[in-house]
Design a protein around this ligand. Sequence first.
Ligand code: NI
Length: 183
Amino acid sequence: MVYPIVMYGDAVLRKKAKDIEKGKDILALVNDMFETMNAAHGIGLAAPQIGKGIRLFVVDGTTVEDEPTLKDFKKVFINPILLKEEGDPWLFEEGCLSIPSIREEVERPEKIRIRYFDENWNEHEEEFDDMKARIIQHEYDHIEGKLFIDYLTPLKKRMLKGKLNDISKGEVDTEYRILAPKR
Ligand code: NI
């Protein structure tokens, strides 16, 4: 099932998401998350973006042609804990399915260490760097109620205000189904 993607301005994107009860069968939901992400041509999707305030996100970089390092990067992160971020901060232009038509450079540390469960409730502790870390950092922010635009300068934010306002009213062109915030 493909969910509509929740747009910027919805309160669910600003809440710290809750842990999922350990052992709960979430395979169907995980499947729907991948389906929804692929339909929107995203490389990451967090549960709040389909209106669910739970600590779950999926990533899939396997279709990104110019990033060979991502060719096996398809994963599910459940109840993740970001243990460490380190290394030289680097700039990269990010976008977000919940903030269509806006792309901005964001600075993040290059390396992370994260503990999480996969969809079968096996626990993992792993390190990621470069683009993999970047994607995880962006998605992890989502379950903390944070968005990439939060990192922008006040001037940049002011410049984007009109566009963000339109997005929050659902006035934006996308090739995927969206859900604008209820007011
Ligand atoms: Ni995003």
